[in-house]
Design a protein around this ligand. Structure first.
Ligand code: HEM
Length: 388
């Protein structure tokens, strides 16, 4: 019921607006639905996803080569840089990537720090204070980067005619072309939506593989058997999906506009409340998942649970990407990014945990980000190239 409630009753835009309102231009959230629905048409086209798969492969090879030359690699931090580069290259395009990728990463970090600041959460918009001033500065800088790059594109429209980046799509599509002024805000929101959980998916999969090395050889064998086609290798997909179950922490918030009766009228949720559900709790319910605290990829390969659809209108028990009317439109891209990095890593490198101290506590989850939890304090890994 929760995942299907309509916007005029319980608002999804209001829910994410609680966190992200101040990083967007005033008025952006009025166009949220139109712009978000363009993701399915623009990003989830086969031709675009195939192209992104190729870009992810290039980025993965590049970044893994760099990691292998370092003494040790901070896994969440460095995966975060990798994911950012991929998101900018695929969604914004090669020009944003070549000219601004590092600056955009700094902007993302500054915004993340400032939106979580207590002054921003507690004070109304009209009260000036340093975090809100900084947010505005970064928002304006993001807007100028857009203006500059789009002006460059206009000088040579032929060069951008067939580009598969999402900005090109929205500028061409009649349903979104008139919304150009809102694109900076849309891409800021997309950077937040796309970043944290994709990083968590990759970094936790790497950590769990290192803690359960028997799966490393199994996944390598499966990748060989499938010609390195990560998108169709069940053993690898099961590892990534199990990470999605175990480390799911997206806050699914709604703000309420109308009263809704629950439990045959025993409770009424009034207007102007905030309601949320917790995928994390659902994913750790022993009535749904046996041994829920264990990372067990084989549960997705077993005949009963693996083949059962746990995300259907009667039983919404797997919520990594949400369900119903706000189900994540970035699921395919997130999958491609995670499958790309992990498969290239396992194929070409041997890996080990890089902490000298073997007693690291992997249960310290950091739920403070907009998305799935990271490991508090991060973890280190070491890479060395495998012999051919
Ligand atoms: C592993 C990575 C990801 C996870 C776990 C994830 C999870 C989710 C979840 C649970 C929701 C529903 C939230 C709710 O109902 O309150 C959602 C929505 C959304 N996600 Fe993702 N996401 C991921 C990656 C991405 C990527 C890569 C993009 C961008 C390409 C993206 C864009 C969005 C957008 C725009 C929505 C809102 C959809 C709507 O309003 O209809 N996500 N995501």
């Amino acid at each position: 019921m929760y995942t299907d409630v309509k916007e005029d009753t319980w608002s999804f835009g209001g829910g994410i607006g609680l966190f992200l309102k101040k990083i967007a231009q005033p008025g952006y959230f009025d166009h949220l639905r139109t712009l978000v629905s363009s993701l399915n048409r623009g990003v989830n086209r086969k031709v675009a996803l195939d192209h992104y798969t190729q870009l992810v492969g290039e980025e993965a090879d590049r970044v893994l080569e760099i990691w292998s030359k370092q003494d040790r690699v901070q896994v969440f931090e460095e995966t975060s840089r990798f994911v950012h580069r991929v998101i900018v290259r695929c969604l914004m395009g090669q020009d944003f990537y070549e000219n601004h990728v590092d600056e955009l990463y700094d902007i993302l970090h500054h915004m993340e720090t400032d939106i979580g600041h207590p002054l921003n959460m507690l004070l109304p918009d009209w009260v000036p204070h340093p975090p809100s001033r900084r947010l505005k500065q970064h928002r304006d800088r993001f807007g100028r980067i857009f203006q500059q790059q789009l002006a460059e594109r206009r000088k040579d429209p032929q060069a951008w005619k067939d580009s598969l980046d999402y900005i090109s799509f929205t500028l061409e599509d009649p349903r979104t072309a008139h919304l150009e002024d809102w694109l900076p805000s849309h891409h800021t929101v997309m950077m937040f939506a796309a970043h944290t959980s994709t990083v968590a998916s990759i970094a936790w999969t790497i950590i769990e593989l290192l803690r359960n090395p028997e799966y490393i050889s199994e996944v390598r064998k499966a990748l060989d058997a499938h010609d390195m086609d990560a998108r169709h290798t069940p053993a690898l997909l099961a590892c990534i999906k199990e990470t999605g179950r175990h480390y799911s922490g997206v806050h699914m918030f709604r703000t309420t506009h109308r009263p809704v009766d629950l439990d045959e009228g025993r409770y009424t949720v009034p207007p102007d409340w905030i309601v949320c559900i917790s995928p994390y709790l659902t994913h750790h319910d022993p009535e749904i998942y046996h041994d829920p605290q264990k990372w067990l990829p084989e549960r997705w390969l077993e005949h009963d649970s693996g083949t059962r659809n746990l995300n259907n209108p009667q039983e919404v028990a797997f919520l990594q990407f949400g369900a119903g009317c706000h189900r994540c439109p970035g699921e395919a891209l997130a999958g491609i990014i995670a499958q790309g990095l992990v498969s290239h890593l396992l194929k070409n490198y041997d890996l080990a945990l890089g902490n000298d101290d073997t007693s690291q506590d992997f249960s310290m989850l950091d739920f403070s980000k907009v998305g799935s939890p990271w490991l508090l304090g991060d973890a280190y890994i070491r890479l060395s190239r495998r012999e051919e």
